[in-house]
Write a protein that binds this ligand. Structure first.
Ligand SMILES: NC(=O)C1=CN([C@@H]2O[C@H](COP(=O)(O)OP(=O)(O)OC[C@H]3O[C@@H](n4cnc5c(N)ncnc54)[C@H](O)[C@@H]3O)[C@@H](O)[C@H]2O)C=CC1
Ligand SMILES: O=CCc1c[nH]c2ccccc12
Length: 299
């Protein structure tokens, strides 16, 4: 298993997996999102996940919504990687919110696993009330106690959603997986995460260099590209890691997956992080779930 010893830093979680969360995730949504029948196996997903594991990715991000959990499971099995070396996340989708435990059992079957390292509520946007959010979180707590998930958390939660569940939670969410990049810095949300020891995982971490160009960070990031002899992508991934935020990226291209790992080989200085933050705040861009936010909403 070449690559599994590559030194990707880990972020300790407030409960669950004792080795923590590897600070670079490989995602099986976006590029791999299945639009057709879930039952039709997508061999490209299996092949790419196996390549990612070979290269050294141990953090694998899935979701019921992506319809690729079976491919993820097959790839894990065929990779031969030891279960305890991997950190596997999946997420419950809206239609199964009434039976979260049943949804997780179905996901585990597709993943061919006995447990996931992290189970997330994919999004809060359809939840009717504070009482609903609290009731759902209590179900997640029971799931963690059953051992089917080492850690439990949420995704796309805003301060109001987190504050609602924290009023009654016995277990604080281990993680909130959110869109995060220089043009969406989520300052208020991150402060709340810090206050409660909730880890931040970032989806869309490459957005400033892919979907949101041109922008105010471009020239400065180009200078850092030369200084560290890496690509823009690795600067954006490292900018997350150096702020204790776990980036989750993906690609169908092996070369890109290999290049992203260079984010584990250098560190940005505090002044460089501050400058990307300052420049990034001059633009606002949201790539996912836009219909649930106002045009200029930066929460
Ligand atoms: N919880 C949630 O609601 C969400 C979770 N996710 C998770 O995060 C993962 C990563 O999300 P992404 O937005 O894809 O992350 P990302 O911002 O890292 O973008 C990765 C994409 O950028 C492309 N890319 C990289 N370099 C490029 C270049 N130079 N030119 C053009 N394209 C380039 C890659 O091929 C890949 O498709 C997903 O697979 C999924 O697992 C994603 C969206 C929502
Ligand atoms: O987890 C991500 C869910 C999501 C929301 N919007 C899109 C668009 C394309 C792929 C995935 C997603």
């Amino acid at each position: 298993m070449a690559g599994l010893d590559l030194t990707i830093p880990h972020l300790k979680l407030n409960h669950g997996n004792s080795t923590g969360m590897p600070m670079l995730g490989y995602g099986t949504g976006t590029a791999w999102y299945k639009t057709g029948e879930e039952s039709k196996t997508d061999q490209a997903v299996i092949d790419s996940v196996k390549i990612a594991i070979q290269l050294g990715y141990t953090h694998l991000d899935g979701a019921e919504m992506y319809k690729t959990e079976s491919e993820l499971g097959t790839a894990i099995k065929e990779s031969g990687a030891a279960r305890e070396k991997l950190f596997v996340t999946t997420k419950v989708d809206k239609p199964n919110m009434h039976d979260i435990e049943g949804a997780l059992k179905t996901s585990l079957k597709k993943l061919q696993l006995d447990y996931v390292d992290l189970y997330l509520i994919h999004q809060p946007f359809f939840t009717e009330s504070e009482a609903d959010l609290q009731k759902t979180w209590a179900t997640m707590e029971a799931i963690q106690q059953s051992g089917l998930a080492k850690s439990i958390g949420v995704s796309n939660y805003l301060p109001a959603h987190l504050n609602a569940i924290l009023k009654t939670a016995k277990i604080v969410p281990a993680c909130n997986q959110i869109e995060f990049h220089p043009y969406l810095q989520r300052t208020e949300l991150l402060a709340l995460h810090k206050q409660h020891g909730i880890a931040t995982a970032a989806f869309g971490p490459l957005t400033a260099g892919t979907k949101a160009k041109p922008g105010p960070v471009d020239d400065y990031v180009s200078r850092l590209v030369k200084k560290y002899a890496v690509s823009e992508n690795e600067i954006y991934l490292r900018w997350c890691i150096d702020q204790d935020i776990v980036p989750i990226t993906t690609s169908s291209k092996e070369q890109r997956l290999s290049d992203y790992l260079r984010a584990a080989t250098f560190k940005l200085t505090p002044a460089e992080i501050k400058e990307i933050n300052r420049l990034g705040q001059q633009k606002h861009f949201r790539g996912f779930w836009q219909k649930y936010f106002g045009e200029n909403d930066r929460t």
